[in-house]
Design a protein around this ligand. Sequence first.
Ligand code: HEM
Length: 492
Amino acid sequence: MTNSNDIKVSEELRDIQGGAIGFFKDHERFLFINCADAVTGKAFLTELEPTLANGLEVRRFNEAFSENRRHNGDPDALQSTWVNILISRTGLAFIGAPGLETFPDEFAAGMGARNALIGDVGTSDPSTWQAPFTGGAEPHAVIILAGDNLADLDARRTKIEEMLARHGVTIIGRQDGDARPAPFGGHEHFGFKDGVSQPAIEKFTKSGKGGTIPPGDVFIGYPDSEGNISGQPVSTPPPAPTPYNPTPVPPQPQPLPDWTRNGSFVVLRKLRQDVGGFNTSMANAAPGIGLTPDQLAAKAFGRWPSGAPMEQVSDCPVTGNPALTDPSIEAPAILDAKNINAFDFTDDPDGNNVPRGSHIRKMNPRKDVLPDGDTSDKHRLVRRGIAYGPEFTPGEPAYGQTVPDNQDRGLLFINYQASIARFFEFVQSHWANREDFQQPGDGKDPIISQDTPDGPFNVPGHGQVNFARWVTTVGGGYFFAPSLSGLRTLTK
Ligand code: HEM
């Protein structure tokens, strides 16, 4: 396993699948597949592997793209189409992957079986999930195609489909992901700019606009933020359960097999967003606590739809109250990379600007002091998701028991990590879904706590509202993104 000082980044990046680095494309196509048997499954993977995008080419392309946009302003001048594959526990078992018994419990169980912990109950219960995730089922694998140009993307998909057919691999589901059209590109369906705070992966991605995390928080085989090497056994005993952390993550008992090095665990969730319901909730609840619907919606996220912070930013101070009026109107430079994340809540301990229950403060409490000596930095999420579904039309029928395809929209949430228990599951169950995180009365994350129909949300200085749920889990699974060398080992 690798010491951080010995990392030859280019070599490692050449081995890593590029999706973890970030495709950041406007269009993605997902093919959910099942193999007929191990032999044909391996034959397919053998043919697919040389065509997969690695981290180095994706990183170089992204850098060239940004450079080109800065100098020429032409986003279409550089285009690419990338392909990656994620494999589920079922898929790995099916092709006889060695050492699966050393994989963590949550991965072995799968997302559907972890529903009580992560709050997929009621209308988000796996029994309600769409194919191919029906009842919590997981496909053997997911092929992700990502591209700038739809014609190129379709051509590449056709080639992959021919390859699948040749090997007798069945497509059991399809999903399209598309950035919203201009002027909403980069915004999720409730209207807020997404992907604003993203941690850079030390040495592997360019330093970004949301802090830096060690490679072992994302990839197997590297030092992580707990001081361990990801995928290696931990010598210290697990901490005793506490009220803050009643379910400590069991230590890795044995090393993960060598073929997992440079791989990453991936959470994929199809989260449906009820835009009409969200708008109605804001309109109904805001007047009762002396806010406008737009202000309440911003308080629920902890940012303005533009992405602007609701805190004062020292290099871009504004005369108005940034918690009540979007500060980018007065100071557009607040949206620049160096300013947009230049706040850490130390000036806002009570949440008068950004409620402690808001989505971004739940997901990244920054410098807030957490129980048990825990810190926000140990649970940063590397998000690589994309929006799906058609645009919302004002006046369209409210969501009922069933949602027609032409109204089905939301977020394909995707994140990469070295441990699903320590990253996705921890923040979803211990932070988002808990009314008493950080403090009793803060309320649940109003955006992603899918477990109750009337979650309380506290807006300090204004009052408490009880929100309906507008985000429903309609499918998802836990996957592993093996490295390219790992895939070659698996297919031997
Ligand atoms: C439909 C569901 C969701 C919507 C509409 C949504 C939307 C947003 C928006 C608008 C932001 C602020 C901009 C940014 O920093 O990217 C954000 C931040 C974030 N979201 Fe979500 N999100 C959703 C689901 C999730 C889920 C399921 C998780 C993980 C459990 C998550 C984790 C995060 C994290 C880690 C941040 C960055 C926090 C920070 O560092 O400030 N989101 N999300």
